[in-house]
Design a binder for this molecule. Structure first.
Ligand code: AMP
Length: 557
């Protein structure tokens, strides 16, 4: 990984895009097959390949623990390194001790080796205790021969390189390295979804084997969550359309020559579980559709738990099919006939969808409305209420000029779900932010109280966003002046005084935090200067919200 680290440092220090592409092309051209695949994945910020839904579950705490065990930095040293760099990988590179680095017997770590280790880690998600993950990270660090190698290994483990290489530049570099057209590489990337596999195919002169074809599922485009009732800054500029967010199973339909197949988000062929959908789809001309399978009786959406009864039931008996009727709601079109239209704007894909697919009870085109940016908050509230009244989960906002980006969770699709209510929590530890927030304490760990009469604070989550830059800048000196004890990791414990109101999508039981719960997509709604740590929510409040959520969502969490 030394060459990888050198190249990345070099690219980060090169502002001109053409030069970045040339340097990268030279490097990847020099790699063998397995290293090539791994390197391009790492560069794209995908330690595990694009279709891989598994998680590494490696965070700053695990990496710092591994680094402590290996190099024994003092807390001050670690904090100072972190503050100076604003990046955990770069900070760790500063605390590396020489003995481990110069060992004659150290094994060298190739990109392919590292990819294998990442795979092993992902194969045991959650189940592999934090301790085991720490040991694996320690082993990886020990195999590094150079501090910059440590920096990049850590960055890859954390899922972000930040060297100014957008996917477009990686595509250009692959094209340049192997004498292909950028557009051919881009098309293959859409089909394969995994740039590593595309680079390998380009090197082996078989890019055409990755063409988009009927019968081979493409990666699904994903959405970024946005808080309902926020100021919707995300939609400023651009034209947007609004659809209901259906609470079902995402599926891709391939219809070719009167035959239809359905693929799940994990690319499994699920056709046999939904024969009535296959019948309805097969009556259409050749198309690839993206949509959601929902359970619905007489036009009324049934809760997700009904649909669950049909999941994994191959060739369902008539009784079950009558009990839980299903429909495929199509909201995008990726191909029509021999024309693949992922590059075309959503607006025209939607037009093609309306032209080539007709509604039947089991196949419906998702209705949509245009959103006027100026009228957004009011219009969104009205549409949201209407979607909920129809039994749907919330709204999806999509930019009408956006292409279909397989496998990507970007800002072109936004999802809005109802919040469960909010929790008032107290900030107990803070961390330096990243990027433009690297010089402020912007990442907060927060806690609830054990109970009204027990003031013990139980951590429940960590949030990075929500406050304004001014609020964060004002709070930073306060936190610095109210640190308590020595830091246990790169998070600095602070006096529990600042109360924040936290919104979130889902509460889960979790061993991650001492409260026994974790919040998904937590975000800070506002500072509660009017409250003290004595007024925050308690564990009983969290349990209450959790039960409420279970009741509302059926078994779907
Ligand atoms: P996520 O998977 O977290 O990005 O959330 C988006 C999910 O919402 C998709 O995977 C779909 O299963 C689902 N969904 C429901 N309705 C829509 C819609 N109208 N457009 C796109 N995705 C939708």
């Amino acid at each position: 990984m030394i060459a990888f680290a050198r190249t990345c440092d070099d690219i980060a220090a090169t502002p001109a895009k053409t030069l970045k592409v040339e340097r990268l092309a030279d490097y990847i051209r020099s790699l063998g097959a397995e290293d090539l695949r791994a390197v391009v994945r790492f560069l794209a910020g995908r330690p595990l390949g694009a279709h891989d839904e598994r998680k590494l579950a490696i965070g700053g705490r695990i990496l710092t623990t591994a680094a402590r065990r290996l190099w024994h930095p003092s807390d001050e040293e670690l904090s100072a390194a972190y503050r100076a760099t604003g990046d955990l990988g770069d900070a760790l590179a500063r605390i590396v001790r020489a003995p481990q680095m110069s060992s004659l017997f150290a094994e060298t770590l190739t990109p392919a080796d590292f990819a294998t280790i990442l795979d092993e880690l992902a194969a045991a998600p959650g189940k592999a205790a934090g301790r085991r993950r720490e040991l694996v990270c320690e082993r990886v660090f020990r195999a590094c021969r150079d501090p910059r190698e440590v920096a990049y290994v850590a960055k890859i483990l954390l899922g972000e390189l930040r060297i100014g290489l957008r996917e477009g530049l990686i595509v250009d570099a692959v094209a340049l390295a192997f004498g292909e057209d950028s557009s051919a590489v881009r098309r293959a990337a859409m089909a394969a979804g995994d740039l590593g596999a595309v680079a390998l195919a380009a090197a082996e002169k078989r890019l055409e084997s990755l063409a988009i074809t009927y019968g081979k599922p493409l990666g699904f485009m994903l959405a970024t969550p946005v808080a309902f009732g926020s100021s919707y800054r995300e939609i400023a500029g651009g034209e947007w359309l609004v659809e209901d967010k259906y609470d079902g199973i995402r599926a891709q339909a391939h219809v070719r020559a009167g035959r239809a197949r359905l693929f799940s988000r994990t690319m499994r062929d699920i056709s046999r579980a939904f024969p009535e959908l296959i019948d309805a789809l097969a009556r259409n001309s050749d198309v690839i559709l993206d949509g959601e399978i929902v359970a619905r009786r007489d036009g009324v959406v049934l809760p997700f738990r009904y649909l669950q009864a049909r999941l994994g039931r191959i060739d369902p008996p008539l009784e079950l099919r009558t009990d839980v009727p299903v429909a495929f709601v199509a909201f995008d079109l990726l191909a029509v006939g021999d024309r693949f239209v992922l590059d075309e704007p959503l607006g025209s894909r939607r037009r093609l969808l309306a032209e080539h697919v007709s509604n039947t009870p089991a196949l419906e085109i998702a209705p949509w409305a245009a959103l006027e940016a100026e009228a957004a908050p009011g219009a969104i509230a009205t549409l949201f209420a209407a979607a909920r009244a129809r039994g749907n989960e919330g709204l999806m906002l999509k930019r009408t000029d956006s292409p279909y980006a397989p496998g990507r969770r970007g800002k072109w699709w936004l999802k809005l779900k109802r919040e469960l209510g909010t929790l008032d929590c107290v900030v107990i530890a803070v961390e330096w932010g990243h990027g433009k927030r690297r010089n402020v304490l912007s990442d907060y760990t927060f806690a609830v109280r054990r109970s009204a009469d027990d003031a013990e604070l139980l951590p429940i989550g960590k949030a990075y966003s929500g406050l304004t830059d001014v609020e964060i800048a004002e709070l930073t000196p306060w936190f610095l002046a109210h640190r308590t004890g020595t830091p246990g990791s790169h998070a600095l414990p602070v006096e529990p005084t600042i109360v924040v109101e936290i919104a979130f999508d889902i509460i889960q039981k979790s061993k991650l935090h001492r409260s026994g719960f974790a919040l998904r997509f937590p975000r800070i709604v506002r500072l509660r200067h009017d409250k003290t740590a004595a007024d925050i929510n308690t564990l009983a409040d969290v349990e209450h919200l959790y039960r409420e959520m279970l009741e509302r969502e059926g078994v779907h969490i």
